[in-house]
Design a protein around this ligand. Structure first.
Ligand SMILES: *Cc1c(COP(=O)(O)O)cnc(C)c1O
Length: 421
């Protein structure tokens, strides 16, 4: 059904109901003022043009009101995080009370593990997918160490089989059969940053709960990319960042999900701060900690409003496009990329990401035989911004909000050229 020519790609763009959204973003240009082919939204999403207005509004209110901005600002700072909850909840398929924007991803992961990893003498192991993102691995290992648990004994890796790149659900089932009674937590990246594989979150949650384990997901590569339907999966918690597919700017705040069944769960440990305290008495200052129900109760500090303004701008853009439309375009756009790679019939390249659209987001990870980082440099020189992961993988992520079918076509032509050299 797809065709390998630029006229076809342009026709798809002309018929794309989301095509106009590209104009709402700043697209990086080369020294000659030509737009680059930006396929790196999995690492840092592009800047929506409205972001500067949203941030300027906060700067203006701060100039105008000083401290009074907490209540007098156009969008008051005191409840500012609440303006984000509803749109963010839609993106991850949760109820607004289950979602809060706060801190950054790794910080939230630690806070969640403080609450959801409470090892006992007999139930203390943690399962992670092998080749998890380094920060997740460090966080999990340091939590084990913090509890005095031997990492070698307690950390179980869900690994691809020999000679394979992807993790199989049956192998996780086998791990649970063997060690389920000793496992306290399953901590899985929803969409693996390296392979692009999206895991079956609901099945994993049900499996974990069958063995009375807590289940948490890292949605760094899921949020804004796939629909994780967090509430429905029943997961205990999830964390994510907003600077990748959610286009909220470098180092912007993270998101956190706590399932509503834990909204008032007093059995959970918690590292607390004043922003998680009952809003009515927060400023009385001398009260004992009285946790807000739901995810908000995990907040520590009064948040950076300037950064939240960028998140608001981005979420408004997502809401305008509608996540279902975004996902629909994403499947087609990535399908087109896959088609063009197949058409190259080049034995040196191998897409390691699953072929089934339900098992992936927009990213395809392309393994290139005998290649090294010079390939990535050549692509950059040819005007493609992509991402290289050692030892031999280029990650290409056409983001449906701002990437076009023409971008994908141009990339495939440039890759062909570069591989010939
Ligand atoms: C991007 C990413 C991170 C980064 O964590 P920060 O705390 O935001 O720096 C962590 N984990 C995964 C899986 C990621 O993809």
């Amino acid at each position: 059904m797809f065709q390998n020519n630029i006229e076809y790609a342009r026709k798809q763009d002309a018929e794309d109901s989301l095509a106009s959204f590209r104009n709402k973003f700043h697209i990086p240009k080369n020294d000659f003022g030509e737009e680059m082919v930006y396929l790196c939204g999995n690492s840092l999403g592009l800047q929506p043009k409205i972001t500067s207005e949203y941030i300027q509004e906060v700067l203006n209110d701060w100039a105008k009101f000083g401290v009074e901005g907490h209540t007098e600002a156009k969008n008051a700072w005191l409840p500012y995080h609440e303006f984000l909850a509803e749109n963010m909840a839609k993106i991850v398929g949760a109820k607004p009370s289950e979602v809060v924007v706060m801190n950054t991803l790794t910080t939230n992961l630690h806070l969640m593990m403080v609450s959801f990893y409470q090892p006992t003498k007999t139930k203390y192991k943690i399962v992670v997918e092998s080749d998890a993102f380094p920060s997740d691995k460090y966080a999990v290992e340091s939590q084990l160490k913090f509890h005095g648990v031997d990492i070698k004994d307690a950390l179980i890796l869900w690994k691809p089989r020999k000679g394979e790149e992807l993790c199989r659900f049956e192998d996780l089932e086998e791990i649970m059969k063997q060690h389920g009674n000793e496992i306290a937590l399953l901590m899985i990246g929803s969409t693996n940053y390296y392979t692009g594989q999206s895991f079956p979150l609901k099945k994993i949650t049900e499996l974990g709960h069958k063995y009375k384990c807590m289940v948490g997901f890292d949605l760094a590569h899921g949020a804004g990319n796939i629909q994780p339907n967090l509430h429905e999966t029943g997961a205990d918690f999830a964390v994510w960042c907003t600077y990748k597919y959610l286009n909220s700017g470098p180092g912007s705040l993270g998101g956190c999900f706590v399932h509503e069944r834990h909204a008032n769960n007093e059995k959970l440990n918690r590292f607390a701060g004043w922003w998680g305290h009952n809003k009515k008495t927060r400023f009385n200052m001398r009260k004992d900690f009285d946790a807000l129900p739901g995810a908000e109760g995990w907040q520590l500090s009064n948040p950076p409003i300037l950064s939240m303004a960028a998140i608001r701008a981005s979420l408004d853009t997502f809401a305008e496009a509608g996540f279902e439309n975004i996902r629909k375009k994403s499947e087609k756009l990535t399908g087109y990329l896959e088609f063009l790679l197949d058409e190259m019939k080049n034995e040196a390249i191998n897409v390691i990401t699953p072929r089934n659209p339900e098992e992936r987001g927009c990213q395809l990870s392309i393994q290139v035989k005998n290649a090294d980082k010079r390939l990535h440099t050549k692509l950059t020189e040819a005007g493609v911004i992509s991402d290289w992961r050692e030892p031999d993988v280029i990650r290409i992520a056409p983001a449906p909000l701002y990437n076009s079918f023409e971008d994908v076509f141009k990339f495939s032509e440039k890759l062909k050229e570069v591989l010939k050299k």
